[in-house]
Write a protein of this length. Structure first.
Ligand SMILES: Cc1cc2nc3c(=O)[nH]c(=O)nc-3n(C[C@H](O)[C@H](O)[C@H](O)COP(=O)(O)OP(=O)(O)OC[C@H]3O[C@@H](n4cnc5c(N)ncnc54)[C@H](O)[C@@H]3O)c2cc1C
Lengths: 386, 258
C-alpha cells in the first residue's frame, strides 16, 4: 500500500491563498485544535456553554477586523471554514457577532450608534444578537408581530423573538419590529427595563450554543435607538446575506472535518481477510463522492468570495450556495457516520456532533426550501413563496 | 534595550516522519513545519517585557532554508518587531555550526537579552543556545520557568529534578525557556496582516564573515531509524495454570527479570 497522494483538497485550493490567508488559515486551525476539539464533545453532551471562549475569540482579532471593515471576503471565508471544522456553534458566534451585528451596524447605524458599539463589539467586550425570528414567524419574517410605537421621547417596543443566537449573553440586541406596519431595525441595550431573555434548553442540535427567547414588554428606547438606514425588511435580508456567505464556507469546513476523521478511520480499521475498510470498492466510491462534494462546496464558496470582493454578489447567488452546501455537508456527515459503524455514533469521535449541529445550519438563515425558492424565482421569474 | 530570540522551525510533531534512503536524516519533503514550541514561550516572554515598557525591540533570529519565512512571519505576527534570517540549510551543519551562525548574527544587533527555547523538538539536542552564550561570552541560565528583570540583572527560577532554584544573572545574558513560564499568545488576525510589512533581514554565511568549511564539527550521524511502530504482543494460550507457567518461563528465561 502506498501512502495517499492527497487526503482532501484535490484541486489544491489551499495552495492559492496568499501568505496572509495561509497564516490565518493555520492560525484558526491551531486555535480549533487546541481550544475547541479536545473538550467540545463533552460540552455538547452536557449542554455546556463555554463563557471563557468569548474573550479568546475576541483576541483572535477576527471581529476587530470586521468592525474596521478590513477583512477581505475570501479571508473571512477561510476563517469561517476553519472555525466550523471545529464546530458550527463556534462559527455561529462569529457569524452572529461579525456579520449579523457588526455588519448590520456598519451598514445601517448612525455615526453615534457606530461610535457606541463597534469597538466594543470588535473586542467582544460587548456581545450582540440579532432578533428577527419570532415564535410564529420564521421563514416569513414579514409576518412578524413585534411592533414599535412612537412616543414623545422615542419608541416603545412590544413582542417576542425566538431562537436567537447569543440571546441570553448579549449586551445589545438588534430588534426588528414593525413601525406603522413597516419593519425597522432598533439597537436595544439588553439591560433596558422590560427586556428579558431566556435560554432555550433541550435542543438536540447546537447544544454548545446560546439560543434564547427575547421578550419585549413596553421597552422604552430613545429616538436614537432606531438605525436610520434600517428602513425596511430589506435591511435585515441584506444583513443575512452577508452571514449566509460565511455559512457557505463554514459548512465546507464541517464536511472536511467529518471527511478527515472518516477517511483515516477506514484506512486504519481492518475487517474481512485482514484488509482495511478502505480497500473495498463501496467505501472508495463513497470517499470519492464526498471528495467531489467538498471540492464543489469550496469552489462555490470561493467564487462567491470573488464576486463579493468585486462588489457583484447577488442574493440568489448566495442562496444557491447556502442551499447546496448545507445539504451536501449534512449528507457528507451522514455518510461519514455510516462509514464508521458503531464508533460513528459515539462522542469519542466528532462526526455525530457535527452532523446534528448541521441540522441547525440547514434551517437557520433561511431554510433549504426558502433558498431554493429564491433561486427558483430568479430562474423562472415566478415567485413561489405563497 | 533589545531582546533577541533564537527561533527554529521544526517538523510539526503531528506529522508522519520518513527517513531518507541513506538512513541518515529525516526526509523533509512534504512536511508541515511549525515553530518549535519552546521558542513560542521565549517569544512570549520577550513580548511581555517589551509590553511592560522594559524593552524597545524584540528581534527574532533563525537559521533555516528557503521556506522558513512562513515560520518567521508567525513570530512577527505574534508581535516580534523584525527578524534576522540566516538563509542556510541547517541540516548541512549541526549544533556547532548553527550556534556560530546565530552568534555572528546576534552580534550585529548587540541585544541585552537573548532568549531561546530550552531545546528544539526535532533533534532535542539542547546545544545551540548554550553554545551561543559561550561564543558571545554571555552568562546563561537554562530551563527557566520564571523570569523577572531587576535593573541590570535578571532573577530567574530554573527547573531542576524535583524542584527549582533561583539565580540572579547580570545582563547581558542568555536564557532558555521551559513550558509553564507563560502561555504563548495566538497571533491576532490584524497582526498577521501587519507581519507582512515587518522587516526580515537576510544574511548569507559570507555576509556574516563565516566559512562553511570551518563550521562543520566532528560529529557525524551514523544512522537514524524510526521508533518501532508495532508492539510485539504475545498472547499466551492454554488454561490458566498453563498460561501462568508459560509466563513464568518467559519472565525467567527470555526477559530474565526473575
Ligand atoms: C439554533 C438556532 C439558532 C438560530 N439563531 C437565530 C438568530 O440568531 N436570529 C434569528 O432571527 N433567527 C435565528 N434562528 C431561527 C431560524 O432562522 C429559523 O428557524 C428559520 O428561519 C426557519 O424558521 P422556522 O423555524 O419558523 O420554520 P418555518 O418557517 O415554520 O418552516 C418550517 C418548514 O417549512 C418550510 N417552509 C416554510 N415556508 C415554506 C414555503 N413557502 N414553501 C416551502 N417550504 C416552506 C421550511 O423550509 C421548513 O422546512 C435560529 C434557529 C436555530 C435552530
Amino acid at each position: 500500500m502506498k501512502p495517499p497522494t492527497v487526503t482532501h483538497d484535490l484541486y489544491e485550493l489551499d495552495q492559492d491563498w496568499n501568505d496572509e490567508q495561509r497564516a490565518v488559515m493555520l492560525q484558526i486551525r491551531k486555535f480549533v485544535d487546541q481550544e475547541i476539539l479536545p473538550t467540545i464533545n463533552e460540552e455538547h453532551n452536557n449542554e455546556v456553554l463555554r463563557k471563557d471562549l468569548i474573550p479568546k475569540i475576541g483576541q483572535l482579532g477576527i471581529l476587530e477586523m470586521l468592525a474596521e471593515g478590513s477583512l477581505d471576503p475570501v479571508t473571512y471565508g477561510i476563517v469561517c471554514r476553519e472555525l466550523e471544522r471545529g464546530s458550527s456553534a463556534l462559527r455561529s458566534i462569529v457569524s452572529v457577532q461579525g456579520s449579523l451585528v457588526i455588519g448590520c451596524i456598519r451598514d445601517f447605524a448612525s455615526a453615534e450608534q457606530k461610535a457606541t458599539w463597534l469597538t466594543k463589539l470588535g473586542t467582544m467586550e460587548a456581545i450582540g444578537c440579532f432578533g428577527l425570528t419570532e415564535p410564529d414567524f420564521g421563514s416569513n419574517p414579514a409576518g412578524m408581530i413585534t411592533r414599535a410605537e412612537k412616543t414623545s421621547s422615542g419608541f416603545v417596543l412590544n413582542g417576542s423573538k425566538c431562537w436567537i443566537t447569543n440571546g441570553t449573553q448579549a449586551h445589545v440586541a438588534i430588534v426588528w419590529a414593525k413601525l406603522d406596519g413597516v419593519v425597522k431595525g432598533f439597537l436595544v441595550p439588553t439591560n433596558t427595563p422590560g427586556f428579558t431573555a431566556q435560554s432555550i434548553k433541550g435542543k438536540w442540535s447546537f447544544r454548545t450554543s446560546d439560543t434564547g427567547m427575547l421578550f419585549l414588554s413596553n421597552v422604552e428606547v430613545p429616538e436614537s435607538a432606531l438605525m436610520p438606514g434600517a428602513k425596511s425588511l430589506g435591511a435585515a435580508i441584506k444583513t443575512l446575506n452577508n452571514a449566509r456567505y460565511g455559512i457557505c464556507w463554514g459548512v465546507a469546513g464541517a464536511a472536511r472535518g467529518c471527511f478527515e476523521e472518516a477517511r483515516q478511520y477506514v484506512i486504519d480499521r481492518v475487517q474481512f481477510d485482514g484488509k482495511p475498510l478502505a480497500s473495498h470498492q463501496l467505501i472508495q466510491n463513497k470517499l470519492a463522492w464526498m471528495a467531489a462534494e467538498i471540492t464543489n462546496m469550496e469552489l462555490m464558496s470561493k467564487r462567491l468570495g470573488e464576486l463579493k470582493a468585486a462588489g457583484r454578489v447577488k442574493p440568489y447567488q448566495v442562496s444557491l450556495a447556502k442551499m447546496n452546501n448545507c445539504r451536501k455537508a449534512i449528507e457528507v456527515a451522514r455518510v461519514c457516520r455510516e462509514l464508521m459503524g458503531a464508533n460513528g455514533i459515539h462522542s469519542e469521535y466528532h462526526i455525530g456532533r457535527r452532523m446534528v449541529d448541521l441540522e441547525t445550519v440547514l434551517t437557520y438563515e433561511g431554510t433549504e426550501h426558502i433558498h431554493s425558492l429564491i433561486v427558483g424565482e430568479n430562474l423562472t421569474g415566478i415567485p413561489a413563496y405563497s | 534595550m533589545k531582546i533577541a530570540v533564537l527561533m527554529k522551525r521544526v517538523p510539526d510533531t503531528a506529522s508522519v516522519l520518513k527517513i531518507t534512503p541513506d538512513n541518515k536524516s529525516v526526509d523533509m519533503a512534504n512536511l508541515k513545519f511549525v515553530m518549535s514550541p519552546y521558542d513560542e514561550h521565549a517569544i512570549e516572554e520577550a513580548l511581555k517585557i517589551r509590553e511592560a515598557g522594559k524593552a524597545t525591540e524584540v528581534i527574532v533570529f533563525t537559521v533555516g532554508p528557503e521556506g522558513s519565512q512562513e515560520t518567521i512571519r508567525t513570530a512577527l505576527a505574534m508581535g516580534a518587531d523584525r527578524a534576522v534570517f540566516v538563509k542556510e540549510d541547517p541540516s548541512r551543519f549541526n549544533s556547532k555550526g548553527i550556534a556560530e551562525m546565530l552568534a555572528a548574527a546576534v552580534k550585529t544587533e548587540g541585544p541585552e537579552l537573548v532568549f531561546a527555547g530550552k531545546q528544539a523538538v526535532d533533534d532535542d539536542a539542547s546545544q545551540v543556545p548554550e553554545r551561543v552564550a559561550e561564543l558571545l561570552d554571555l552568562p546563561h541560565a537554562s530551563i527557566v520557568t520564571k523570569f523577572e528583570l531587576n535593573g541590570r540583572a535578571a532573577t530567574v527560577e530554573r527547573e531542576i529534578e524535583g524542584g527549582s532554584y533561583t539565580v540572579e544573572v547580570p545582563l547581558p545574558a542568555l536564557f532558555t525557556m521551559q513550558k509553564g513560564i507563560n502561555t504563548p499568545r495566538y497571533p491576532t488576525l490584524p497582526n498577521i496582516m501587519k507581519a507582512k510589512k515587518k522587516e526580515i533581514k537576510e544574511f548569507s554565511l559570507a555576509d556574516l564573515g563565516l566559512d562553511a568549511a570551518k563550521l562543520v564539527s566532528g560529529l557525524e550521524v551514523s544512522g537514524m531509524s524510526l521508533p518501532r511502530a508495532n508492539r510485539l504482543n504475545k498472547i499466551l494460550d492454554g488454561d490458566s495454570t498453563e498460561r501462568v507457567k508459560k509466563l513464568l518461563t518467559i519472565l525467567r528465561e527470555e526477559e530474565k527479570v526473575l
